[in-house]
Design a protein. Structure first.
Length: 397
C-alpha cells in the first residue's frame, strides 16, 4: 500500500496540535519534578523511586487499561483521563505554593499521574488509527513521535528557565493548563465510531489472556516486545539518572540537566523526521542494531565527566532509543489486527513504561549502594549482552 502524509488530514492536525501543547507541559513537569526530588533528597534511590511510581502503574495495570481502550469509546476515555491529570496538577501546584510539598506528597502525586498516563497510553496509541486511514498510519505515528520528542527539546529548556526564575510551582501550574489543549482537541475532531462492548470481570480477564496469547503467537510482535524491554530497562533506565549525573559527575546544575534532557529529545526528533519520509527499510534487524549502538553509547555516557561530551552522547542515545521505540510502534500498529489493537498497544505501553520504571528503580538503588559510575557501566554491559541474545529470525520449523 502506498504511504501518504497524515499531515493532509485535518482531524489529525487538530489532534496533533493539542497533543503537542500537552506534551510540552508534561516535559516541563517531569524535569521540574526530577530536579526538585534530587535537590530535596540528594539520593539516586529516591530519583529512581519517583521515576518508578510514575511508570509502574502502566506496568501493573497495562492489560486492564488496554481492555478499557478496546471496550469503551476512546474519545470519552481520553477526555476523562486528561481532565484527571489536570486536577492532579492543580493539587501538586497548591502543595508547592503553600510549601507543603514533601517526598510523601510527591510520591503519591507521581503515582496518581503515572496511573492516569498509563491509562491514556493505549487509548492514545489506538486513537490515532481511528483518526487517519491506513495509508497515513506510519506517517501519523512518526509525526506523533516527532511532536513528543520535540517537546523533549523545548519543554526542558522552558522548564530550566522556569525553575530558576519562578520555581517548580509555576512549572506544575503550566502543565496543568496544557492539559486543556488535548481535552479540547479530542472533543472537536471526528473519530471513526466504535461500538461499546459489554462488561463483566470474567470477560475482562478473558480479553487480557487473549491479547497475551495473540502476542505470544505472533513472532514479529513478540520480538518487538522483547526489544522494547531491553530498550527501556537498560537505555531509558540510565537516562532517568540524569539529575544525579549532572550534579555528581558533571558538576552542573538544573540548567545542565535541562540541556541534557533537551539533547535526548533532539536526537529523537531527528529519527522521527527520518521515519516520516518512509519506513520500508525498517525491520527487526534495524532495531537490534540500534540497541547495539545504544549499548556502546551507554559505556561512554558512564565514563564522561564533561557536560558537552555527555550532551552529545545522550543526543545520540536519544536517536537510537527512539529508533527502537518509534520503530516498534510502527511495526506493531502495521501488523496487529484491529480487534486487539488497544490491548496489544497496552502491552507495549506496559513494557515501555514498566521497563523504564524497573530500570530506573534498580539503577537508582544500585547507584546508592555501589556508586553511580560503576552502576552505569554495568548497565551498559547488561544492555549489550541482552541485545546480542535477541533473536530476530523465527526458528526453522
Amino acid at each position: 500500500m502506498e504511504q501518504t502524509s497524515a499531515l493532509n488530514n485535518r482531524n489529525f492536525l487538530i489532534y496533533l496540535a493539542g497533543s503537542t501543547v500537552s506534551l510540552h507541559g508534561l516535559w516541563i513537569y517531569r524535569v521540574a519534578l526530577a530536579w526538585y526530588v534530587w535537590q530535596l533528597t540528594g539520593s539516586e534511590a529516591w530519583v529512581g523511586i519517583i521515576a518508578f511510581t510514575f511508570f509502574a502503574p502502566a506496568m501493573i495495570f497495562g492489560p486492564l487499561f488496554g481492555v478499557l481502550a478496546d471496550r469503551f469509546e476512546r474519545r470519552k476515555v481520553s477526555m476523562l483521563v486528561n481532565s484527571g491529570s489536570c486536577l492532579n496538577m492543580l493539587v501538586l501546584t497548591l502543595l508547592a505554593v503553600t510549601d507543603n510539598l514533601g517526598i510523601v506528597a510527591i510520591t503519591l502525586s507521581s503515582l496518581a499521574q503515572g496511573t492516569l498516563d498509563g491509562a491514556h497510553t493505549p487509548v492514545r496509541m489506538a486513537l490515532v488509527p481511528s483518526i487517519v486511514n491506513r495509508s497515513q498510519l506510519s506517517s501519523a505515528i512518526a509525526s506523533n513521535s516527532i511532536a513528543f520528542n520535540l517537546s523533549r527539546v523545548i519543554g526542558p529548556a522552558i522548564s530550566g528557565f522556569i525553575i530558576t526564575a519562578y520555581g517548580v510551582a509555576t512549572a506544575f501550574a503550566i502543565n496543568m493548563v496544557t492539559y486543556v489543549a488535548i481535552v479540547a482537541a479530542v472533543g472537536v475532531i471526528s473519530i471513526n465510531p466504535r461500538p461499546e462492548r459489554g462488561s463483566g470481570p470474567t470477560r475482562i480477564l478473558a480479553e487480557i489472556l487473549e491479547s497475551v496469547e495473540y502476542v505470544r503467537g505472533h513472532f514479529i510482535i513478540q520480538t518487538l516486545m522483547v526489544a522494547i524491554t531491553i530498550n527501556t530497562v537498560f537505555g531509558r533506565g540510565v537516562l532517568e539518572m540524569m539529575p544525579a549525573v549532572a550534579d555528581e559527575m558533571l558538576n552542573s546544575d538544573s540548567t545542565g540537566f535541562a540541556i541534557m534532557t533537551a539533547a535526548v529529545g533532539a536526537g529523537a526528533v531527528l529519527i522521527g523526521i527520518v521515519l516520516t519520509r518512509g519506513t520500508s527499510w525498517l525491520g527487526l534487524h534495524t532495531l537490534k542494531y540500534s540497541l547495539i549502538v545504544t549499548s556502546v553509547l551507554a559505556f561512554f555516557y558512564a565514563l564522561s565527566t564533561d557536560l558537552y561530551v555527555t550532551t552529545a552522547i545522550v543526543c545520540a542515545m536519544g536517536a537510537m532509543l527512539s529508533l527502537c521505540g518509534i520503530g516498534s510502534q510502527i511495526l506493531i500498529q502495521t501488523n496487529v489486527d484491529d480487534e486487539v489493537r488497544g490491548r496489544v498497544s497496552s502491552i507495549w505501553g506496559m513494557i515501555a513504561f514498566g521497563g523504564t520504571a524497573l530500570g530506573s528503580l534498580l539503577i537508582g538503588i544500585a547507584a546508592d549502594l555501589f556508586g553511580l559510575q560503576q552502576t552505569l557501566t554495568a548497565t551498559a554491559a547488561g544492555c549489550l549482552i541482552a541485545t546480542l541474545l535477541l533473536r530476530v529470525r523465527p526458528k526453522a520449523a
